[in-house]
Design a protein around this ligand. Sequence first.
Ligand SMILES: N[C@@H](CCC[C@H](N)C(=O)O)C(=O)O
Length: 302
Amino acid sequence: MAELAAFAKMNGLGNEIIVADMRGRADRVTPEAARALNASPATRFDQIMAIHDPRVPGTDNFIEIINSDGSQAQACGNGTRCVVQALSAETGKKAFTFQTVAGILNAQEHENGLISVDMGRPRFGWQDIPLAEEFADTRKIELQVGPIDDPVLHSPSVASMGNPHAIFWVDRDVYSYDLERFGPLLENHPIFPERANISIAEVTADDALTLRTWERGAGLTRACGSAACAAAVSAARTGRTGRRVTVSVPGGPLEILWREDDHVIMTGPAEWEFAGHFNPATGSWERETSGRDGEHKTGGAA
Ligand SMILES: N[C@@H](CCC[C@H](N)C(=O)O)C(=O)O
């Protein structure tokens, strides 16, 4: 049986993350292992961030992202912050360059413990989201839920941060919408051939919005970093806000800056919870009992 791999259970503003240490290994975390880990209450998660050896020069690691349903994701902002904190605690390094399937991400941990991730450039072309049919203006596409003559949600903006996002704009409390019901319908709508992350956003100031997200492959989460980025750039490109936005998600605030060079910088915290070891093929796991639990951790390698 392959050696067990180390992991750290962490979170990014309540987005439940497992950082899996797959360095020095030739195997991967299987979808079955992901679903098994998620089935265990103590290790249930939204995403696994699997840290692999680097594959291209100039990068520290290749990061594979797996949703709790076992599907692969191209981007995970909150999870990337957790990876930075874990590796920084292990190595003392503060700046990292990662390769993901969506491209190269630079990230750094600041003196105050907050972590900034360059999430790259947003993509707005209908084929880049992707959408199943052509829409010339992705700031507002024809999609709605609820009665045809009085839709509950309609005309979302769509954007890709390497992964697909639809943002529905509302003018009342985002918690007053039944996202648990509408989320899966929209996630799996045929307009999204790769499914989509579904968010409801209320703009509260020129530099602030409130956001709730039903995540593709994970369901309702307390935070979605790439959705916060997608919502911030969509709010700016529709004239609802400026390019620097505080996005308040159920787990807390994320600071998003859409720079003039088109890169989106997300800044927020990460939190270490506990460590363990697991089988990347089956998902069986054991908690580390080396006394690291119970200490207040600001970091902790996987
Ligand atoms: N929670 C993540 C997003 C993870 C991937 C998403 N569910 C997808 O499948 O695209 C984040 O913080 O960005």
